[in-house]
Design a protein around this ligand. Structure first.
Ligand SMILES: [Zn+2]
Length: 238
């Protein structure tokens, strides 16, 4: 069905607020195909949607950096690390879902749950182990909790906005906005979400995801959700 285009602003119109740079992360890649059903691989679908999303956001005048724009493998914590290094304003990871129950379908959008940092996790922004008298895991955990406390409400609002926009744009059930401890979310220093665009294990949804026009509509509706979040952020500063 024809996707609707809510919240469309004139191309090139400046967006309010402080969001300038967005890192888009296409899930999996290279030797890691992600999930695969009906001849479709998550790594290819996620990359295609991520590239289309990049185009939509660039049209809005935003700077977009991809963690990968080809079929290559990037370790999980290397992905938020790219956004952290760039001091990006938002981090958006694109994935495709699967379930043993093939009737399950729909969109899910995740935001970071309270952190449980790993030994390999970086120190939070502006902190180096040398600056911390006792560079223990407990100290690292406390500092990360402070970072997430600052960014979590933004992440949750961004997730809700994208969920709403995709539900309208794709006329697909949004199964919810949920907290999760995915590495790509918990190690990002900025508002971060992970979008599960649909279930490739569900035949109807796999057929849709296999179509370029559906992937285009998905990218467009994710973009509209991000833009709507940015506008709301800007309005808060007025
Ligand atoms: Zn995935």
């Amino acid at each position: 069905m024809a996707p609707t285009t809510p919240l469309r602003s004139p191309p090139g119109a400046a967006l309010p607020g402080a969001v300038r740079t967005i890192v888009i992360d296409a899930g999996h890649g290279g030797h890691d195909p992600g999930t695969h059903h009906f001849g479709l691989k998550e790594k290819h679908l996620a990359l295609d949607i991520a590239k289309r999303l990049r185009t939509h956001l660039q049209r809005r005048g935003l700077t977009v950096v991809m963690t990968r724009d080809s079929d290559r493998f990037i370790p999980l914590s290397g992905r938020p690390a790219i956004a952290n290094r760039l001091h990006a304003d938002l981090f958006v990871s694109v994935h495709i879902n699967a379930n043993r129950n093939r009737r399950v379908s729909g969109i899910e959008v995740y935001y970071p749950r309270a952190s449980v940092v790993s030994a390999s996790a970086q120190w939070p922004p502006a902190v180096s182990p040398a600056e911390v008298a006792i560079p223990s895991m407990t100290v690292k955990q406390v500092l990360w909790d402070l970072v997430l406390k600052r960014t979590r409400s933004g992440s949750r609002r961004l997730a809700s906005s994208v969920c709403r926009s995709m539900r309208t744009g794709l006329q697909v059930h949004c199964r919810g906005v949920k907290p999760a401890r995915f590495v790509v979310l918990r190690e990002a220093w900025m508002p971060a979400i992970l979008v599960e665009v649909g279930y490739v294990s569900n035949q109807t949804e796999a057929q849709r995801l296999g179509r370029a026009d559906y992937r285009e509509a998905a990218a467009q509706s994710i973009s509209e959700g991000i833009v709507s979040y940015i506008r709301d952020q800007g309005a808060e500063h007025i």
